[in-house]
Structure formats: C-alpha cells, structure tokens
Design a binder for this molecule. Structure first.
Ligand code: HEM
Length: 117
C-alpha cells in the first residue's frame, strides 16, 4: 500500500506541477502558446485530479478533520480552475490568469494541509 501511495503522490505532484507551472508561465508570456498547450494542460489536470481522488480514497477516506477540509478546499479550487480553462478558450489570457490564482490557492492548501490543526 505504501508503494501505491508513493506512486500516486508522485504522479499527482508531477502532473500538478506541470499544470500549475504552465498556467503561471502563460499568464506572463507566450500567449500564443496557450491553444497549443491546451491538450497537455487538460491531460495534466486529469492526471492530477485522478491521482488526487485515488489518494483521497486511500489516505483520507472518511476523515472529517482540518487536514481533510483544507485538502477539499484545494481540490475545489483545482476543479474550478479546470472548468475555467476548459470553458474560456476564447479569452485565453484571462482564463490562464483566473486559473493561475485558483491553482496557486490549490498548491497552498495542499502543502499546508498536514499542518492545519
Ligand atoms: C481535485 C483535485 C485534487 C485532489 C482531490 C487532491 C487530493 C490530494 C490528497 C488527498 C493529498 C494528500 C496525500 C497524502 O497525504 O498522502 C494531496 C496532496 C498533495 N497535492 Fe493534491 N489534490 C488535488 C489537486 C492538486 C493540484 C492541482 C496540485 C498542484 C500541484 C496538488 C498538489 C499536491 C501536493 C504537492 C501534495 C502533497 C502535500 C504534502 O504532502 O505536503 N494537488 N492531494
């Protein structure tokens, strides 16, 4: 089980880093790359969410503690970010900027979750 959690966490973090990192980069430069990176970003989003849900099922299960609530808030921000990127393709700069704020909030929630009491 430990190996599975380590694999899932690695996939989760790597896909998440690509998703957040590319989103942040696209808010500042290379705006014309946004449509070209759309598929890769959505694939990374799907991987991060799928691995996150699997981790939720294994690690968190039915827990109702501050850590679970903080992770859930971060996951909600990530899902809204995916919706924004998927639905606002006609205004790519705005969509990347909104998603960048949401995904930054996701990363903060994910990394502080174990320490929230
Ligand atoms: C629906 C979306 C998401 C769900 C359901 C989710 C779920 C989770 C869960 C359950 C954990 C705890 C794993 C454990 O304690 O072993 C976790 C950790 C983590 N997540 Fe997510 N996550 C989501 C999105 C993201 C995104 C977009 C990122 C972006 C980078 C991310 C980054 C991380 C990181 C870095 C950790 C490790 C935190 C630590 O242990 O210090 N997550 N996530």
């Amino acid at each position: 089980m430990h190996i599975l959690v380590m694999v899932l966490l690695s996939v989760h973090a790597l896909a998440g880093v690509f998703w957040v990192g590319s989103t942040l980069a696209l808010t500042h430069s290379y705006f014309e790359l946004t449509p070209k990176l759309f598929r890769a970003q959505m694939l990374a989003a799907a991987l991060a969410v799928a691995a996150g849900l699997a981790l939720w099922g294994i690690v968190i299960r039915g827990a109702q503690d501050p850590m679970a609530h903080t992770l859930a808030l971060g996951a909600l921000f990530a899902l809204v970010a995916a919706g924004v990127q998927g639905s606002m393709r006609r205004t790519p700069v705005r969509s990347q900027r909104i998603a960048a704020v949401l995904l930054s909030a996701t990363v903060v929630c994910m990394v502080i979750a174990p320490y929230v009491t």
